[in-house]
Design a protein around this ligand. Sequence first.
Ligand code: CMP
Length: 143
Amino acid sequence: MEKTFLMVKPDGVQRGLIGEIVRRFEQKGLQLVAAKLVQVSREQAERHYAEHVGKPFFDNLINFITSGPVFAMVWQGDQVIALSRTMIGKTNSLEALPGTIRGDFAVHTNLNLIHGSDSPESAEREIANFFRPEEVLDYSKAI
Ligand code: CMP
């Protein structure tokens, strides 16, 4: 079963949106297999956003993601990577459609509430940056 790394960013945690965001993915039928609040270190943030090194927004991004706790999660499901990105909405706040998490709750591209892996390779790398293998649980859904 495919897995993805989703992270409620500091703005989402501070705005009390963890429950709303988790509810959406649970309601969709995806399975939560790992979760924790994390104060991200600079090194961990730079590993997470390695593909953005050198971009004009990189320093702001690292400062922002280390500014307060994030809620790190691993979700599992059929095509969960593409599905969760559809539910999250576009990165550019002007293109994030109503009905998506960013479209419903975010105004700024920099304060866009949630991160989702964009490929199986990214998901594997991002999950390993936040969770030890034994923290990702394998359990049957009761229903
Ligand atoms: P995220 O999905 O976490 O991946 C990289 C983040 O950089 C992105 O969400 C935005 O929060 C932030 N960002 C800021 N400016 C840009 C930009 N021009 N293009 C892409 N990402 C940006």
